[in-house]
Design a protein around this ligand. Structure first.
Ligand SMILES: C[S@@+](CC[C@H](N)C(=O)[O-])C[C@H]1O[C@@H](n2cnc3c(N)ncnc32)[C@H](O)[C@@H]1O
Length: 425
C-alpha cells in the first residue's frame, strides 16, 4: 500500500502538477488510502520526497536501461519505475522487495499491466549497477532542472549555483521558533540555538509528538523564514500589519514580540490555519481576509511585513516538488504581483515607519531587482540597510547594499530568502 501511495504522489506532482503537500493531505480522503497506517503513510512520503529530490539521478539511471523512452501515456509505469529505483538506489530497501512489489503493482493496474516485464528488467539492472552509476553521476547538476541551473549559474556564478543545488540534496533539519527562552527549549529538546534565536533539532517524525507542541511553547519555522520579522526591530506595543500572513509563522513572531498585529491574507482556508496556530500558541491577533492589493484599513501602521507570494524556489530543499511545478513564466507573473502589492503596502505605512518586503525565492526578479526598480521609481522610498551584527545574522546573508539574501547552504542549511527594509518619507 505504501508503494501505491508513493506512486500516486509522484503522478500527482509530475503528471497532474499538483503540489506535494496538497496531494499528500488529499490522499487520506481517497478510499484507496483512507485506512493506511501512519507508518505506511510516512514510508510512502519518504519514497516520494526522496524521488523528487533525486529525480534527475533516477531518470538518468532509468534511461540507461530503457531501450527507448516510455510513451507519454505510460506515466503510471514511469512513476512505478521512479519509486522502485528510489528504494534501490537511495533507501537501502532489499532488491527483492522493491522490485517484486513494483512488478506486482504494475500487474494489478490496467494501465501498466503490459509493462510488468519491462519494469522487472529495468529495476534489476538498476539494482545491479547502482553503486557504479551513483559514483559517476554529477548529483547537484542532474537533480536541478536545466532552466533553474542556467538561471542560478547566470545570477550567482557556477560555484555558488553548485552549492545551492548541493544543499537541495540534504534532508533539512527541523527548525523551531520559541515563544519563551530559546536556550531552555534547546536544552530540553536536545537541539541547538542559532545566533538569531531559532532552535534547530535533528528530530525525525511527528511534530505533534515533540514536547511543548501541545502547550504552544514553539512553532515550526525555517531558520531563514524567522529573519524577516526580526528586521522590524523592537515592535513591542506598535501597530504592525502582517500582509500575506497565512499560515502565520511570521504573525506568531510579531505577536510574541509584543506587537498589536493585524494579519491579512486572501485565502480563507489558510487564515483558518493561522487562527488555529495563534490559538495553540495563546497569541492574540486581528485577522482580516482581504486582497492586500486593495485593502483599505482605517489607520496607517507603524510597521509592516509584506511576505509576498512568490515562486518559492528558496524552499526547494524542504519542498523538492517546487523544482518541477514552477516555470520562468510564473516568476515573471509573480514579480508583477509583488510590485503591485508592495506599492499598495507602502500607502498603508505611516511616514517614518518601517516596511520589510520578503520573499522565499532565489530569483532576483522577486528580490534584488524588485527593490532596485522600486527605489529607481520612488524618490520618497528609502532603503534602510540591514546590519548583520545587530541581528546576529550570518554576515554572508547580507548583501553589500544591506538587503537580506540567504542561500540554502548558508549556516548549515536554511531556506533561500530575500528581504529588504524600507521607509517612506
Ligand atoms: C509566502 S505565503 C505567506 C507565509 C506567511 N507569511 C508565514 O510566514 O507563514 C504568501 C501568502 O500570500 C497570500 N496571498 C497571495 N496573494 C494575496 C493577495 N493579493 N492578498 C492577500 N494575500 C495574498 C497567500 O494566500 C499566502 O498565504
Amino acid at each position: 500500500m505504501a508503494r501505491r501511495l508513493a506512486v500516486y504522489l509522484l503522478k500527482s506532482v509530475l503528471h497532474d502538477h499538483q503540489s506535494f503537500d496538497e496531494a499528500f493531505a488529499g490522499s487520506s480522503a481517497r478510499d484507496a488510502f483512507a485506512a493506511m497506517e501512519a507508518r505506511d503513510r510516512a514510508f510512502a512520503r519518504a519514497i516520494a520526497t526522496i524521488a523528487l529530490r533525486r529525480l534527475g539521478q533516477i531518470e538518468d539511471m532509468l534511461s540507461r536501461f530503457l531501450e527507448k523512452p516510455l510513451s507519454a501515456d505510460a506515466f503510471e509505469a514511469r512513476a512505478i519505475l521512479i519509486a522502485g529505483a528510489t528504494q534501490l538506489a537511495f533507501m537501502d530497501v532489499a532488491p527483492h522487495a522493491a522490485i517484486g512489489l513494483a512488478v506486482e503493482q504494475a500487474k494489478a493496474s490496467r494501465f501498466s499491466r503490459h509493462l510488468g516485464g519491462l519494469i522487472n528488467a529495468v529495476l534489476r539492472r538498476v539494482s545491479e549497477n547502482r553503486v557504479a552509476i551513483l559514483r559517476e553521476q554529477d548529483a547537484a547538476h542532474l537533480n536541478t532542472p536545466a532552466w533553474l541551473w542556467q538561471r542560478w549559474v547566470s545570477v550567482y556564478g557556477e560555484a555558488t549555483a553548485r552549492e545551492i543545488a548541493g544543499a537541495h540534496l540534504e534532508e533539512p533539519p527541523l527548525d523551531l521558533s520559541v515563544r519563551g527562552d530559546a536556550g531552555e527549549w534547546a536544552a530540553k529538546l536536545q537541539g541547538e540555538v542559532l545566533p538569531w534565536g531559532s532552535v534547530r533539532l535533528s528530530h525525525k517524525g511527528r511534530v505533534e509528538e515533540i514536547e511543548g507542541y501541545a502547550e504552544g511553547a514553539w512553532w515550526v519555522q525555517d531558520a531563514a523564514a524567522a529573519m524577516p520579522a526580526l528586521l522590524l526591530g523592537d515592535i513591542a506595543g506598535k501597530r504592525v500589519a502582517d500582509l500575506c500572513a497565512a499560515p502565520g509563522g511570521k504573525t506568531a513572531q510579531l505577536a510574541a514580540a509584543g506587537a498589536q498585529v493585524t494579519a491579512v491574507d486572501i485565502s480563507a482556508a489558510r487564515l483558518r490555519r493561522l487562527g488555529e496556530n495563534a490559538a495553540r500558541l495563546g497569541l492574540s491577533v486581528d485577522v482580516v481576509k482581504a486582497n492586500v492589493g486593495e485593502w483599505q484599513p482605517k489607520d496607517r501602521f507603524d510597521a509592516i511585513l509584506l511576505d509576498a507570494p512568490c515562486s518559492a524556489t528558496g524552499t526547494i530543499r524542504r519542498n523538492p516538488d517546487i523544482a518541477y511545478l514552477k516555470t520562468a513564466e510564473d516568476i515573471a507573473a509573480l514579480a508583477r504581483v509583488q510590485k503591485r502589492l508592495l506599492a499598495h503596502a507602502l500607502t498603508l505605512l505611516a511616514p517614518g515607519g518601517t516596511l520589510v518586503f520578503a520573499t522565499c525565492s532565489l530569483e532576483p526578479e522577486e528580490g534584488e531587482a524588485q527593490i532596485a526598480g522600486l527605489l529607481a521609481d520612488r524618490a520618497d522610498v528609502r532603503l534602510l540597510p540591514i546590519d548583520a551584527a545587530a541581528f546576529n545574522l550570518p554576515p554572508e546573508a547580507v548583501t553589500p547594499n544591506g538587503c537580506l539574501r540567504t542561500l540554502p547552504f548558508h549556516a548549515g542549511g536554511m531556506d533561500g530568502f530575500f528581504a529588504a527594509r524600507l521607509t517612506r518619507s
